[in-house]
Write a protein that binds this ligand. Structure first.
Ligand code: PAP
Length: 337
């Protein structure tokens, strides 16, 4: 039986084909739920994989849709807030005290294809989709629905320095484990799993590389950006994202300080201190505060030993070699080691 977790059982029923598939896959210890499974080179917990299949089968992307693709813990919450605010700024002014982000968590506003919209054996919940449709996914490039690739819908892919991603995921997994499951107990164990690629949606290098290559092939379709770029140059990155999406800022908007207002509204400081994000919970029970930890760059330095750093850098460097990514993006450069 793929799912040993009560919470997951409540959420969905696996059909026989899925059960058959999952029992045939390589299995390892999970981070938040007991097991992760390897499918076509990537690791997932069973619900996640099942949701990716559902979304792959049933999602009918429209030309005007925007897909926010991320590896977990690379800034999904932030990207959801930014893109929603850019696209809806005429309807919801970022200067307004009534802006939806002031009372709703970004995950409640921009829904994820998996978990929120396409759950196995459930009618897809399309009721809460934004217009135009902005949806998020942690799917690797190879499992995206064909309609995402065949239509003119655009993809923004956000990734982050692998060691910071690991630290963020490690802390998140500890806080969000299901049913008293012990999970990955020490940072040493986590580093070992990470270096073997065994983290949900991992290996991170393959997730990133597939989108990186696709963005080089189709720069008008996929905008590739890093958490670190958003941190160091938020205003110019926002302008570039808005241009890419076809929502460029007008001179009037620029003069009014609109871009700065969006950066401020979506900042870690602003969002993490809002009541909804301090006390609120998602429908599936997770407290929103777990999406906000430190929100910075380089926290890995506070948690990893030199030996761990050397091991992680070596594996990431080996995998990214020749892709051009280390040279193009500081988040992956050797100088970040
Ligand atoms: P998800 O993939 O589960 O949705 P995601 O939002 O990608 O999670 O990752 C959470 C990280 O983004 C946390 O990083 P940390 O653990 O290193 O602190 C969180 O603090 C950070 N984060 C959340 N919101 C923002 C924001 N508005 N600005 C910058 N960083 C943010």
């Amino acid at each position: 039986m793929a799912t040993t977790n009560e919470d997951e059982k409540i959420l969905y029923q696996e059909d026989d084909d899925f059960k058959k598939l999952i029992t045939s896959l390589p299995r390892e210890k999970g981070w938040r739920v007991p097991d992760i499974y390897q499918f076509q080179g990537f690791w997932y917990h069973s619900l996640m994989l099942n949701c990716f299949f559902e979304s792959q089968k049933h999602f009918e992307a429209q030309d005007s849709d925007i897909v926010l693709a991320t590896f977990p813990k690379c800034g999904t919450t932030w990207l959801k807030a930014l893109v929603f605010t850019i696209v809806n700024r005429k309807k919801h002014s970022p200067f307004s005290q009534e802006h939806p982000l002031l009372t709703s968590n970004p995950h409640a506003i921009v829904r994820s294809l998996e978990f929120d919209i396409f759950l196995p054996n459930r009618t897809p919940d399309l009721s809460s989709l934004t217009t135009p449709g902005i949806v998020a996914t942690h799917s690797n490039f190879g499992l995206l629905a064909n309609s995402i690739l065949e239509t003119k819908c655009r993809i923004i892919y956000l990734c982050r320095n692998p060691k910071d991603t690991f630290i963020s995921y490690f802390h998140y997994a500890k806080k969000s484990r299901f049913n008293y499951y012990e999970g990955i107990s020490s940072i040493e164990e986590g580093v070992d799993m990470f270096c073997k690629g065994m983290i949900p949606c991992g290996p991170i290098w393959n997730h990133v590389l597939d989108y990186w290559k696709a963005s080089l092939d189709s720069p008008d379709k996929i905008f590739f950006v890093t958490y670190e770029e958003l941190q160091s140059e938020p205003v110019s990155m926002l302008r570039r994202m808005a241009d890419f999406l076809g929502y460029s800022f007008s001179d009037e908007e620029e003069e009014s300080g609109m871009v700065d207002a969006i950066v401020k509204l979506c900042s870690f400081e602003k969002l993490s201190n809002l009541k909804v994000n301090v006390d609120g919970k998602a429908g599936y029970g997770l407290e929103y505060k777990h999406y906000f930890r430190k929100g910075g760059v380089g926290d890995w330095k506070n948690h990893l030993t030199n030996e761990m750093v050397e091991r992680m850098d070596a594996v990431v460097e080996e995998k990214l070699q020749g892709s051009g990514l280390m040279e193009a993006k500081a988040a992956f450069s050797k100088s970040n080691a």
